[in-house]
Design a protein around this ligand. Structure first.
Ligand SMILES: Nc1nc2c(ncn2[C@@H]2O[C@H](COP(=O)(O)OP(=O)(O)OP(=O)(O)O)[C@@H](O)[C@H]2O)c(=O)[nH]1
Ligand SMILES: [Mg+2]
Length: 303
């Protein structure tokens, strides 16, 4: 026990990169539980989301961040800022790369990673994570991508991983641990995130909506929990789904309420698994034009 105390490691690791690179998937895989929501759509993550990995030897607090790209409007601007702030406070920064994307579209790589180049140049702990390696059949094709990455991030180690299959993540974890420092755990061993369950349920609803909606609608969706009451074995939740336009409202509700019903059921099941309680979930859809440009409202969503 005493020996454990002396050698126990603690630290933080930030996951940054362009949208859709697999940052949230990777954090979930490393933590071993679903902490952050994941969808095939870019700009799924809107907040800095912590995920905590604890053993008796170490505790790593991961910080998942929104994907950085050319900012669109106030929301995009705040998301970029939030991601870049996450980067400075971490003991190690994981730069997450969708390797398969740049095998197909090599010319995007430089542009996508330019915003990070300067930001990480002065940092001591940076690992380039060449993610989605499972999607590249012909492994030779990754070489030009790695060459470009090593030109942009000289001296940094490039590690191939698949956040989906877990391939390469053990070695990645070893590297991460090299950047942790001696220190006690800050959070109880069974705590998975610093975020409240209320926030996580709002995120679950947003994930199910993102998955149910067509391309153009998700960015205009926001979810807010307006009522939350916990009883011994029942959790009563009422959530508001904000949309930008009337047309979006009818798409979220669906014909005969079908879409919203399905989303509500999927979200309820996941909220039940998360809370260990029976969940009663009500949802309402409200049109709020310009919510994505409204600083006060964005702040209330924690963005
Ligand atoms: N095949 C494969 N798919 C992956 C891998 N990692 C992530 N994905 C998929 O890529 C998509 C985006 O994953 P996310 O984890 O949401 O990506 P993100 O970087 O957090 O995206 P934003 O939050 O939008 O910035 C999802 O459909 C994932 O299932 C991987 O290693 N292999
Ligand atoms: Mg994400």
């Amino acid at each position: 026990m005493t020996e454990n105390k002396d050698t126990h490691l603690f630290g933080t690791a930030a996951l940054v990169g362009p949208p859709n690179a697999g940052k949230s998937t990777l954090m979930n895989t490393l933590v071993g539980e679903k902490v952050a929501i994941v969808t095939p759509k870019a700009q799924t993550t809107r907040n800095r989301i912590s995920g905590i990995l604890s053993t008796d030897r170490y505790q790593v607090v991961f910080m998942d961040t929104p994907g950085v790209n050319k900012a669109r409007g106030k929301l995009g601007e705040l998301l970029n800022r939030s991601a870049m702030e996450g980067l400075n406070s971490a003991d190690v920064v994981l730069l997450v790369v969708d390797t398969e994307l740049y095998v197909r579209k090599p010319h995007f790589l430089k542009k996508d990673f330019q915003p990070f180049k300067k930001r990480v140049s002065g940092l001591s702990g940076v690992v380039v994570v060449s993610n989605k390696i499972d999607k590249v059949r012909d492994k030779k094709k990754v070489l030009p991508v790695w060459q470009e990455l090593s030109r942009m991030f000289p001296e940094r180690e490039i590690l191939p991983v698949s956040a989906s299959t877990g391939e390469g993540t053990e070695i990645l974890l070893e590297r991460i641990l090299e950047h942790m420092h001696p220190g006690p755990a800050l959070y109880p061993e069974d705590q998975l995130s610093t975020l409240p369950m209320r926030f996580m349920v709002a995120e679950i609803i947003r994930e199910k909506l993102f998955l149910a909606m067509r391309q153009e609608v998700p960015y205009g969706l926001a979810v807010e929990i307006e009522y939350w009451k916990e009883q011994e074995d029942l959790l009563h939740i009422s959530a508001v789904i904000y949309v930008l336009r009337d047309a979006h409202k009818s798409m979220v509700i669906g014909r005969g309420g079908e879409v919203l019903k399905k989303v509500g059921m999927q979200a309820r099941l996941e909220a039940e698994a998360l809370s260990g309680k029976r969940v009663y979930l009500e949802t309402h859809v409200k049109v709020r034009p310009g919510w994505d440009e409204n600083p006060g409202f964005l702040r209330s969503l924690g963005i």
